[in-house]
Design a protein around this ligand. Structure first.
Ligand code: ATP
Ligand code: MG
Length: 795
């Protein structure tokens, strides 16, 4: 078992940062100096130490020739190593381990067309924003696979897939694997997940006598691959950050038999961003499928779905922002025929497809219903003139009764209890309230349609039994915007969970390597993020208070949510929003940074209320497909009502998300994990552009810099005995250079003559010692290699 710092209780201060040996700067040492020009994308500048300086400052000469004094703090001054950066394919093997070196290496490799690097057990994959010829083609699959044994160890997404695939057979203990793909929007998670699926479905076939070829239509591999375009059509949209952004998280389990052949797959999705259906930010679009329909439907379909007006023009839909081609590149995601073909391949009949497209067009027409009233706040009615056609089409396509639909939109049902007697009455709604109810109906239908699709795909692709699985997790990365709400809170909570899982696993892997080499390391220096998680999801926490507020269901309350929260939950991870923040808000200190969440509207979103009378209208539909997809929602609401207000805490958005994430974490913990961190090299989505400031912030947010920091806190530099002798023998007095004895003995001689040290004590269980001699490698503390290098330069 790994030794970790004991979990701290609520209210305790976070653990002190990892304690590291003091850094020494000698004249002639090469260093990195933080670039004070923050407008420049380049984060660190090369320099050479000219004087060790006083008052915590160090004198350096920049490459431009300028000599300056800089603070010796780690955010200003870092040690530079001596690497052939493009050739270092594992960042933890960099001779100096710090942010500047990591960035330099990633950039050199990126500009060289090598978009992938390893960081210990993690694969770091940069998005090239261009095709790199041959990188993901069938030859690359074959090369990587080489008959089931992984001979290539070069960093590549296929190599990760191969490692997981071969572990299915050779793993000791549970054969199940998972590949966790994370990164910010547009970083390439979905792209890499597709590559993993392509690889895994191909190698499973590759073993077949038929040889290597794309999977034929009828086979399960094809069906699994075809679930992608369907999910993307319904769940992806164009956003400011990515023209094909997944608006849901997904976990796909590929199921294998004993012979490592794929026999099925199951999909679990998380948090579809259903508000996008009714509202999109400027320059963003709705889900792709709607554009596919309105742009590519045949004449016959257009008539059937009411996409053309009496005068022959295209109907303009309120839910679809006027399409000026959408965000760049959006069109490539809008191929209706491809979606239809994929639907057919996974086994959806024409009738199914017809039903689905009818519902989608019905939703578009619903969105065009408008309400009107004489005076503001007066009861409203349907604006007949504007909405007549839309109402007719929506009701025809969704099988609804126009009068009951209209009534349910403009009246709210209120149940009041008085003297143990319940009375029900209808309260007229304002124009705004009716609009909210209309959008609520649309969102329920769409969300339930999405669930139905996922269930359909599972039914048609999942095997009943399997020997082992490889799970692929494509889930949103850490988010911090100018304004953050429930979505960000859930996403960041998920990332916090995944980070904890990662750190636990990483520490174990690190410990295994040190143990194999027979050296000791103090594991207690690293703190975990359990206290932050406690603050979010614990017994008395952000989530518990949110649920409590939902349960109390108060209409108006003078005390703001953040005041109640801050009074109830005492934690160093939860604070008031910083001064100057406009709205009522609170701040959480996540491992990846501080995020301020707006509490305005938070509780309403958490409740996600769906009035029963709206569901009843939908359940009265004459369209059986509609009642089929809505039925689970009705059952959920009925269960809620029958259990009374007490059970409501279990039904809020956060409690449901916490539950599904909990079960995901249990699954992940039972597997051997592999990690892929996707990085976006610049915000403009341009090829060949490396913005090192932007990259650094992502490396921090996805834990790569933390991995490096943990490595640096141990013995960040490791060299084989032979390499060490060859490079540093010259530092010995001439008479000792060609000494006798094993390479290991010579290593010991060299470092002892340079650093001093006791005889035969180098490997005693004193993990604080400066360097340790392992069985095959020598392990050095941070700064020692740089010191050796500066000594070499002097010779
Ligand atoms: P989101 O969180 O918004 O869903 P994402 O991380 O899933 O984002 P992707 O959709 O996978 O991002 O990638 C965005 C775009 O970047 C892709 O549509 C593709 O054009 C490009 N891209 C990503 N990875 C690669 C790659 N390895 N090679 C070429 N292009 C790529
Ligand atoms: Mg995606």
């Amino acid at each position: 078992t790994i030794e970790k710092k004991p979990t701290k209780k609520k209210g305790e201060a976070p653990a002190p940062p990892v304690k590291r040996p003091k850094r020494c700067f000698h004249e002639g040492m090469r260093v990195w100096v933080a670039n004070s020009n923050t407008a420049d994308q380049c984060r660190w500048l090369r320099a050479t130490v000219t004087a060790s300086g006083k008052n915590g400052k160090v004198g350096v000469r920049l490459e431009s020739g300028e000599v300056i004094e800089v603070s010796r703090r780690e955010d200003s001054l870092l040690l530079a190593g001596n690497n052939n950066y493009a050739e270092v394919d594992d960042l933890t093997n960099l001779s100096s381990l710090n942010e500047a070196e990591v960035l330099e290496s990633l950039e050199c490799r990126f500009q060289n067309g090598q978009i992938c690097s390893k960081a210990g057990i993690t694969l770091v994959s940069l998005n090239p924003f261009k095709e790199i010829p041959g990188l993901y083609d069938d030859t690359a699959v074959q090369r990587c696979h080489q008959d089931g044994t992984s001979k290539t160890d070069a960093p590549h997404v296929f190599a990760v897939a191969e490692k997981a695939f071969s572990s299915l057979r050779y793993a000791i203990g549970s054969p199940n694997q998972s590949i966790i793909v994370s990164g910010e929007s547009g970083a390439g998670k979905t792209w890499n997940t597709r590559c993993l699926m392509k690889y895994l479905t191909s190698v499973a076939l590759y073993k077949n006598p038929g040889g290597f070829s794309p999977p034929p239509v009828k086979c399960i591999e094809r069906r699994i691959l075809d679930s992608n375009p369907i999910l993307e059509a319904f769940g992806n949209a164009g956003t400011a950050r990515n023209h094909n952004s997944s608006r849901f998280g997904k976990y796909i389990q590929l199921q294998f038999d004993r012979g490592s052949h794929i026999i099925g797959a199951s999909i679990q999705t998380y948090l579809l961003e259903k508000t996008r259906l009714v509202h999109q930010a400027d320059g963003e679009t709705n889900f792709h499928i709607f554009y596919q329909i309105v742009k590519e439907a045949t004449e016959e379909q257009r008539a059937e779905w009411g996409l053309t007006t009496h005068t022959g023009d295209d109907v303009i839909f309120a839910y679809l922002p006027l399409d000026d081609g959408g965000p760049q590149g959006a069109n490539e995601n809008q191929v209706f025929s491809r979606t239809q073909q994929a639907m057919e391949n996974v086994g959806m009949t024409h009738m199914h497809q017809e039903h689905i497209f009818q519902v989608l067009s019905g939703i578009l027409h619903l969105g065009n219903l408008e309400f009107t009233c004489d005076e503001e706040f007066d009861p409203c009615e349907l604006d007949e003139e504007v909405s007549r056609d839309s109402l007719e089409h929506a009701c025809r396509l969704l099988g609804l009764d126009p009068t009951s639909l209209t009534t349910s939109l403009i009246y709210r049902r209120i149940t009041a209890s008085h003297n143990k007697r319940q009375s029900v009455f209808m309260k007229p709604c304002s124009v705004e309230e009716s609009g909210v109810r209309r959008d609520c109906v649309s969102k329920v239908i769409y969300a339930r349609l999405f669930d139905w699709l996922v269930a359909f795909l599972n039914k048609h692709t999942s095997a009943n039994q399997w020997h082992a699985f490889i799970g692929l997790l494509d889930i949103y990365g850490f988010e911090s915007f100018a304004s953050n709400s429930l979505e960000q809170l859930c996403i960041n909570y998920a990332n916090e969970k995944l980070q904890q899982h990662f750190v636990t696993h990483f520490l174990r892997a690190q410990q295994e390597e040190y143990e194999k080499e027979g050296i000791s390391w103090d594991f207690c220096t690293f703190s975990d993020n359990q206290p932050c998680l406690e603050t979010i999801e614990g017994k008395l926490s952000v989530f518990s208070l949110m649920n409590e507020e939902c349960r109390l269901n108060r209409q108006s309350d003078p005390t703001s949510f953040e005041d109640k929260l801050l009074a109830a939950v005492e934690s160093p991870f939860l604070t008031k929003a910083p001064m100057g923040h406009q709205q009522s808000a609170f701040t959480i200190k996540h491992f990846a940074g501080m995020v301020t969440y707006d509490s305005h509207g938070l509780i309403e979103k958490t409740k996600d209320p769906i009035p029963m009378e709206l569901i009843e209208v939908l359940m009265a539909s004459t369209n059986q497909f509609v009642t089929k997809i809505i039925q689970p929602e009705q059952e959920r609401l009925q269960e809620l009502q029958s259990k009374g207000s007490k059970s409501k805490v279990n039904m809020t958005v956060v409690s449901r998300f916490k539950e599904s994430l909990g079960s995901l974490m249990n699954t992940l913990t039972s597997t051997t994990p592999h990690y892929i961190r996707c990085i976006k090299p610049n915000q403009q989505c341009q090829p060949d552009l490396f913005d090192s400031r932007f990259v650094a912030s992502q490396l921090r947010a996805c834990g790569v810099l933390e991995t490096v920091a943990i490595s640096a806190a141990g013995f960040p530099s490791k060299l084989s005995h032979a390499d060490f002798c060859q490079r540093y023998s010259m530092l010995l007095p001439r008479k000792d250079r060609n000494g006798m004895g094993s390479v290991r003995d010579r290593c010991r001689l060299i470092y002892r003559s340079l650093f001093g040290g006791d005889d035969d004590k180098e490997n005693q269980a004193d993990s604080s010692s400066a360097q340790q001699l392992g069985k095959t490698k020598i392990f050095l503390r941070e700064g020692q290699l740089e010191y050796l290098e500066s000594q070499r330069l002097k010779k």
